[in-house]
Design a binder for this molecule. Structure first.
Ligand SMILES: Cc1cc2nc3c(=O)[nH]c(=O)nc-3n(C[C@H](O)[C@H](O)[C@H](O)COP(=O)(O)OP(=O)(O)OC[C@H]3O[C@@H](n4cnc5c(N)ncnc54)[C@H](O)[C@@H]3O)c2cc1C
Length: 488
């Protein structure tokens, strides 16, 4: 499958021509989507090579162990702790513990708001009664945005709709500290979409198919899930794809940085939508307009984490600690991993424009910023003994954290994003229509792309059933163990 020279024949003597009769597939990107695609095809006895630009697998799943305990700097929740979650069989099989941070009926912005405390800028705790009342008011405001949606043929932003609602319903307006608490809820909603409210589509913000069962933190981190799926796959790290050619559609030729080429019967592209938007991979022939406009029209959000490890626990035993402020941009919050995992770690989380602005700071300055916020709440806070800072927005391997629906998004965008082009298939979280932006959505998109790819190649060879297709649902993970869910 691998060529060490140019396809034109200049280095023909270096060609390593593969005589294998198995169908050959190149998967690009070793996030959960690419790994699940490769896993499915590997199990179906295809010859698979997975090309990954980074020096590690996982993509936007990145469990860091340098604190001596697992800390997820990318995805950390399983959204939908239920048997319908496509990852449930594997998580059950591996015996991985989940710590639930929400009840069954949680909606988008309250997926981790079972136990939390808010503080004002002077470090005084906001009375819990006020927090609850403003939370209720926020729910009513969002409900009333439905009226605005129904009145307008054209899409608006959620922020515009909220302004209309507050204009019409003075009783829902908040003042003083309560106004700052409302901003904090807005900040929470922006964190779900990883984008500011003026960017989020009113038409689509609540269209996501949220699975039941609430939201659970992966106590041991997400990495074991990836590791299990990656077993026996031929993964080539430090292989950054620069060009994909399926001219003539007989074979796909994939070029990596340095000029090395790989050839196969088909390829599955699972790189983040941010990478496609930035045109970091050249396609030959060029992608058609209907595909490029879909790539342009989908939003890519940003979220960053600053993880701080301490040698003592000076904060209360709640799951989330938040600071309120006059704008959602300057509100903030920390996830308390100590409550969920027992390790003395707090994770500051920032989304949208603020997440990009944080990336302009050095890692030390970002950690100092998080400490400033913490000291407002707890003047006795000690310095962290270690810290980690993510930079998903400017990392050329991601260029953002996950996709979201921008205002005016065309309705067929996901169909166009995942539509194959001959023997070129598309996976990744952004092509998942119902569960975009999630790990389980990315997983399913990889499985779906692999199934399409497998069918095409089998049809071409005229024996659809010769190679067995195994996916997790029908494979070894049928064990009837329950999901291990805890609350401390
Ligand atoms: C901060 C953050 C928090 C999140 N929180 C959650 C959460 O709690 N729960 C949840 O369900 N989801 C969460 N998500 C979203 C979730 O992580 C993603 O939806 C999912 O992991 C995406 O998987 P993927 O395989 O589609 O893409 P990726 O994981 O990004 O995989 C794509 C791979 O392609 C590689 N690549 C890029 N360019 C090239 C190239 N040119 N050549 C070769 N390889 C290339 C990348 O290095 C990467 O490994 C979060 C994401 C972030 C960033």
């Amino acid at each position: 499958m691998e060529f060490n020279g140019s396809i034109s024949g200049t280095f023909a003597s270096c060609l390593e021509i593969n005589q294998s009769s198995k169908p050959r597939v190149i998967v690009i990107g070793s996030g959960i989507s690419g790994i699940s695609a490769a896993h499915v095809l590997n199990n179906a006895d295809f010859e698979v090579v997975l090309l990954e630009s980074r020096d590690r697998i996982g993509g936007r799943i990145h469990t860091d162990y340098s604190f001596g305990c697992p800390v997820d700097m990318g995805a950390s929740w399983l959204h939908g702790v239920c048997n319908e979650n496509p990852l449930a069989p594997l998580i059950r099989h591996l015996g991985l513990a989940l710590y639930r941070t929400s009840g069954d009926n949680s909606v988008l912005y309250d997926h981790d708001l079972e136990s939390y405390m808010l503080f004002d800028k002077e470090g005084n705790q906001v009375p819990q009664q006020m927090v609850i009342e403003v939370g209720e008011a926020f729910k009513r405001i969002l409900k009333k945005t439905e009226e605005v949606r129904n009145e307008n043929q054209n899409d608006l932003s959620v922020l515009q709709a909220i302004s209309v609602v507050l204009e019409r319903h003075p009783d829902l307006r908040q003042e003083g500290l309560a106004y700052e608490v409302l901003q904090w809820y807005i900040c929470r909603m922006e964190a779900w979409f990883a984008a500011d409210l003026d960017m989020i589509s009113l038409k689509n913000w609540d269209e996501e198919n949220v699975l039941t069962g609430g939201h659970g933190l992966m106590v041991e981190g997400y990495y074991p899930v990836l590791n299990a799926l990656a077993k026996d796959i031929d993964i080539r790290l430090n292989h950054r794809v620069t060009r994909i050619s399926n001219e003539g559609s007989k074979e796909v030729v994939v070029t990596v940085e340095g000029g090395r080429q790989f050839v196969a019967d088909a390829a599955i592209v699972t790189v983040p939508i941010g990478v496609l938007k930035a045109k970091l991979i050249e396609f030959e022939p060029e992608l058609p307009e209907w595909k490029t406009s879909a790539i342009t029209d989908l939003g890519m959000g940003n979220e960053n984490k600053i993880a701080l490890r301490f040698d003592n626990v000076f904060w209360p035993n709640v799951e989330l600690l938040g600071t309120v402020a006059p704008t959602s941009y300057s509100c903030g919050y920390f996830l308390n991993l100590h409550k969920a995992t027992g390790h003395p770690v707090l994770v500051y989380m920032a989304a949208g424009r603020f997440a990009y602005d944080l990336e302009n700071l050095s890692e030390e300055a970002a950690a100092d910023y998080a400490m400033e916020q913490l000291k407002k709440m707890f003047p006795q806070a000690t310095q962290p003994v270690q810290y980690l800072v993510s930079r998903w927005g400017t990392d050329p391997n991601s260029l953002g954290c996950y996709s979201y629906d921008v205002v005016g998004k065309p309705s067929d965008i996901y169909d166009r994003l995942r539509a194959p082009l001959g023997n070129l298939f598309f996976g990744g979280e952004a092509v998942s229509m119902e569960n975009q932006g999630s790990v389980h959505g990315a997983y399913s998109s990889g499985v779906a792309a692999a199934e399409k790819c497998r069918n095409l190649l089998m049809e071409k060879r005229g024996f659809l059933d010769k190679f067995r297709l195994l996916s997790f649902s029908d494979a070894i993970f049928e064990a009837a163990f329950p999901l291990q869910i805890s609350r401390m």
